[in-house]
Design a protein around this ligand. Structure first.
Ligand SMILES: *Cc1c(COP(=O)(O)O)cnc(C)c1O
Length: 397
């Protein structure tokens, strides 16, 4: 049987033609496709300024730099996220401080954020885990109370909306997206920083281009060879081939989001009859972007059950995955900061029982049925195994 990955890109003929046209043009990098892609992405997410960069990780780093976060500062980040969210603080010399998540949604818990704030805190990062927006109203209140910047790591949530209909991209001071092939739309590698703050956007633009305040096209327009490096920057430019791909990908995003929502509904319906497993909670009224479809195993000995179920899915060619080992439990963080199990109990407990099932826009209803047909008996079998082994392990690592 054909392997079914947990996520994959959709590349169609118009995408290929778009990249070929860019290849035949005068511009391979920082040409007209960059601005086209930036404008299309900004319009789609409701942000006046959009700055394309070379990855989602680059977007996070650029956001931190543009906010002026630096050595001595602390940044509050959720424990349940991809490592890049926290690493971005380290890249500018700041220190990430971990907040715990809500056990039902795995979205950052505002009360835990509040507790993580200290005199050195400069920014709060929310992660719209799996594609569901955080409680941005609560995070905004906390940020305002303490005079902090608010960053949305929306790498899971392109196209999502909050309960009050606000688009992800307009909820925080600065929002970042990723265009890695597993995400909603792809430029192979790529990312975007969006904001309503013109000055912040200008600093992001400079940072992505060596800290130089003008680009080569601007200089050509002005008829000058002179450029000025104002700050220390990097080369995080996204090239014209990638942006040309991004433009045609983005045009298909509304239809792809619809399909992801249909896949989620199909999973919900099928899993309603399967014991031992529960999808993550979705807040009423939010528009979920469904980057991931995550279930939690509900029985005892979940870590062991999960290992058995994961292996059964893999053996059937189904690429289930685990998102994520909480960041503070990674070897690097434990070694450097002395972080340990027990610091974020909800994220740690969730890690033992979560499983991301395949979710992508070209998935069919038959694919969903195939996953559930392997998952349901594997859960039964795994629970039998778990019952026969004792004592259950409670160690995280
Ligand atoms: C994908 C992802 C990133 C990093 O994006 P890249 O484009 O792979 O660098 C950062 N944060 C989260 C939550 C992600 O899912």
């Amino acid at each position: 049987m054909k392997p079914l990955p947990y996520a994959r890109q959709t590349i169609e003929d118009d995408d290929i033609e778009s990249v070929c046209a860019a290849l035949r043009s005068d511009w391979l990098t920082t040409g007209p496709a960059v601005e086209r892609f930036e404008r299309a992405a900004g319009d789609f997410v409701g942000a006046p300024h959009a700055v394309a960069v070379s990855s989602g990780t680059a977007a996070l780093h650029t956001a931190m730099a543009a906010l002026g976060v630096g050595p001595g500062d602390e940044v509050v980040v959720p424990a349940m996220t991809f490592v890049a969210t926290a690493n971005a603080a380290l890249m500018v010399g700041a220190t990430p401080v971990f907040a715990d998540v809500d056990p039902h949604t795995l979205l950052v818990d505002p009360a835990s954020v509040e507790r993580a704030i200290g005199p050195r805190t400069r920014a709060i990062v929310g992660v719209d885990y799996a594609g569901q927006p955080c409680d941005w109203a609560a995070l905004r209140r906390i940020a305002n109370d303490h005079g902090l910047a608010l960053v949305d790591d929306a790498c899971h949530a392109l196209g999502a909306r909050s309960r009050d209909g606000q688009r992800v991209g307009s909820l925080a001071d600065v929002t970042v997206f990723s265009f890695h092939p597993v995400k909603h739309v792809t430029t192979a590698e790529g990312g975007m920083v969006v904001t309503a703050d013109a000055a912040l956007a200008q600093r992001a633009r400079m940072f992505r281009n060596h800290g130089i305040s003008s680009d080569h096209r601007k200089r050509a327009e002005l008829g000058t060879w002179r450029y000025e490096m104002e700050e220390l920057g990097v080369n995080y430019r996204l090239n014209d081939l990638q942006c040309a791909l991004g433009v045609t990908q983005l045009a298909k995003l509304p239809a792809w989001l619809e399909r992801r929502r249909a896949v989620a509904r199909a999973y919900d319906a099928a899993l309603a009859h399967v014991g031992g497993v529960r999808p993550l909670a979705v807040e009423a009224g939010v528009e979920h972007a469904w980057h991931l479809y995550v279930v939690q195993l509900t029985g005892a000995s979940s870590a062991r059950t999960r290992a058995v179920v994961w292996a059964a899915l893999r053996a059937a060619g189904i690429g289930a995955n685990v998102h994520y080992l909480p960041v503070h439990l990674h070897a690097y963080y434990r070694r450097r900061f002395g972080t340990h199990a027990g610091m974020c109990p909800a994220a740690e407990a969730a890690y033992e029982r979560i499983l991301s099932l395949p979710m992508f826009s070209s998935m069919t209803d038959e694919d969903v049925a195939r996953v559930v047909a392997v998952l349901a008996p594997a859960l039964d079998a795994a629970q039998d195994v778990a019952r026969s082994c004792s004592p259950p392990s409670t160690a995280t690592l």
